[in-house]
Design a protein around this ligand. Sequence first.
Ligand code: NAD
Length: 254
Amino acid sequence: MRLHGKIALLTGAGSGIGRTTAERFAIEGAAVIVNDIDEAKGRDTVKAIQAAGGEALFLHADVTDADSVRSMVEKAIAAYGVIDILFNNAGISGVGAIHEIEPEDWDRVVRVNLRGVFLPSKYVLPYMMERRSGNIIHMSSCIAEMGLARRASYSATKGAVLSLAKSMQVDYAKYNIRVNAVLPGTIMTPFVEQYLKSSYEDPEAAIAAIKLRQLGGQLGKPEDVASAVLFLASDESSFMMGSPLYIDGGVVFG
Ligand code: NAD
């Protein structure tokens, strides 16, 4: 088991990539703390992990709210004593070119996608620093490395998250804490379904166009990202520090 005995906290693990990664971590021997703002979905992930014989605990928090995140981290420490792995996964979509985006919509995307990475990191890091051990993985996106039409707010936040991983790595390497980022391409999840429905009159045609951008001609699966996150979370990647890991079907460099 690649995460035997580890304690992992995953934000936004009630759905999509976060849920699949939580299930994978549990299979690999981690005790998994499942966070989500959506209690029903988070509890459902926990049920699925427990039904498969894994160890999991649901902790509700809104990753944009400092008190909520601090309380979640304190509860996680009370339950398990340590947090070995933090996967900052929670995120939302943002659609529109700059002139089309309302200021409050811009702020909402920045709050969830950037503040929502800052806060869990801020409150988990002191425990990792004290033990001089920790592993943090940020959810960026291949959009951090390429221009895509009408994704200004989303792209700005995912670029910032990648920069944050590098900056944090420099600050915390001396505490034996690694900070890396995953950059998925288009992965079929409720998040993408919602984005396609709200942005295109013909979502099926949009999917066909997105597939054309992939060198392999297919969209990714949550399992593809979960495997990459598992690699970063395990000691197999111990020489990776501040690195971007692409899981994008070749879309960035194709
Ligand atoms: P998803 O919508 O299926 O899951 C996201 C989860 O985050 C949901 O369960 C949601 O309730 C939760 N969440 C949202 N706001 C939250 C908050 N304030 N506090 C706590 N939880 C919150 O989406 P997904 O496709 O699995 O995406 C997960 C992450 O992967 C996101 O950061 C997304 O930007 C990123 N990503 C997705 C893709 C893709 O193609 N699906 C590609 C690149 C990056």
